[in-house]
Design a protein around this ligand. Structure first.
Ligand SMILES: Cc1cc2nc3c(=O)[nH]c(=O)nc-3n(C[C@H](O)[C@H](O)[C@H](O)COP(=O)(O)O)c2cc1C
Length: 345
């Protein structure tokens, strides 16, 4: 399937209800503790935070969605404008189309629309083998990125093509890239989660952060098995993946890297819970995509409502700023406790 067609179908399919996990990200099994007597007002709360050298008005970033075509440019422009207005991070989708064809580079240039935001470029770990570190660095310099995220997506790749190869080379490519690159490296999944084994392995590299991108939101196995008409694989593997809350707790235990929580984050209380569980930053993809399709104002409204819900969550748990939220106590339940017991011993 041609790149532009595949990207448009990804966007259309990802917005459908059938592309969401039936299972949850397990953040409902985390409770922050209610604190009714505080000595500050709602509007005294400071939500701002720093991540890899840039300031965020609150700890949210739009995770990678698309890039490299005219259609994706229009969508990303809306996202870039909304992120700049609201002071949050913006991530471009895979740069592959721009590396394959020089004329596509123009579809990755957004700095003029978002001069102050933390701008993340993105590439698949399988693609690292094909391009020199210099080539990718030059691309990042050209688009004035602040960092690059590299995605691990074995489940998605197999849904596209069972014959895909190169997985065994990914770790060395990542290690080498993180050593040689001028840009901070973030490793992410695409909705199936990062395990303790993977996070421990990544300790041996110079990457700066891990986005656990767990299960409970958009399932790329579902997206690609719908697109490629693989009904049986969809029914067997559609729910595959580590729930975001579990992946977050696991990564926090075994990794010294900064952690980003994404995968099914849908409200400001989930952002607050993620920060309390150890994330430095949180992220959303499909909810942003749905709003950005309708224009930058709709996305701004969504970002504002997430921010307001985060503020209320912090007020009710007695955290006056993000530093205090990181130290806020929480209670874990049932399935989530089971995940943490089984995966970190
Ligand atoms: C249409 C679409 C395209 C995506 N493309 C990429 C990509 O190029 N690179 C990447 O790292 N993740 C990609 N993702 C994964 C998202 O960044 C995110 O990890 C995933 O959608 C889960 O977040 P959500 O539940 O908030 O949607 C894509 C997601 C969607 C919906």
């Amino acid at each position: 399937m041609k790149t532009a067609k595949r990207k448009n179908r990804h966007i259309k399919t990802a917005m459908k209800k059938q592309s969401q996990f039936k299972k949850t990200n397990l953040l409902e099994e985390v409770e922050l503790i209610h604190n009714p007597l505080v000595d500050f007002e709602l509007n005294d709360i400071s939500l701002s935070t720093d991540f890899l050298g840039k300031n965020f008005s609150f700890p949210l970033s739009i995770r990678p969605i698309t890039g490299g075509t005219l259609e994706s440019f229009k969508l990303n422009k809306n996202i870039a404008l909304a992120c700049e207005k609201k002071g949050i991070g913006f991530s471009l989708g895979s740069m592959r189309a721009g590396l394959e064809k020089k004329e596509n580079l123009k579809y990755f240039k957004f700095r003029k629309f978002c001069p102050n935001v933390f701008l993340e470029a993105n590439i698949g770990a399988l693609q690292l083998e094909k391009y020199s570190v210099k080539r990718i660095n030059d691309f990042l310099t050209e688009i004035q990125a602040d960092a690059i995220s590299i995605h691990l997506n074995p489940a998605q790749e197999l849904m596209q093509n069972i014959k895909t190869k190169g997985f065994s080379k990914q770790f060395n490519s990542i290690k080498n890239f993180a050593e040689e690159s001028d840009f901070p490296v973030i490793i992410k999944e695409v909705g199936n989660g990062i395990s303790d084994k993977t996070a421990k392995k990544l300790e041996k590299t110079k990457i700066k952060a891990i986005d656990v991108a767990g299960a409970g939101g958009t399932s790329f196995v579902k997206v690609d098995s719908i697109i490629y008409n693989r009904k049986k694989l969809n029914s067997v593997f559609g729910e595959w993946g580590i729930p975001t809350a579990a992946a977050l707790l696991i990564a926090g235990k075994v990794s010294s890297k900064k952690i980003i929580a994404s995968g099914g984050i849908r409200n400001g209380l989930e952002i607050a819970k993620s920060i309390a569980l150890g994330a430095e930053l949180t992220g959303i993809a499909v909810p942003a995509l749905i709003k950005a399709k309708k224009g930058e104002k709709k996305l701004e409204e969504l970002i504002e409502s997430l921010k307001q819900e985060l503020r209320i969550s912090m007020f009710l748990s007695g955290a006056k700023n993000i530093k205090e939220l990181k130290k806020t106590k929480f209670v874990l339940q049932n399935n989530l406790l089971e995940w943490t017991k089984q995966t970190t011993t």
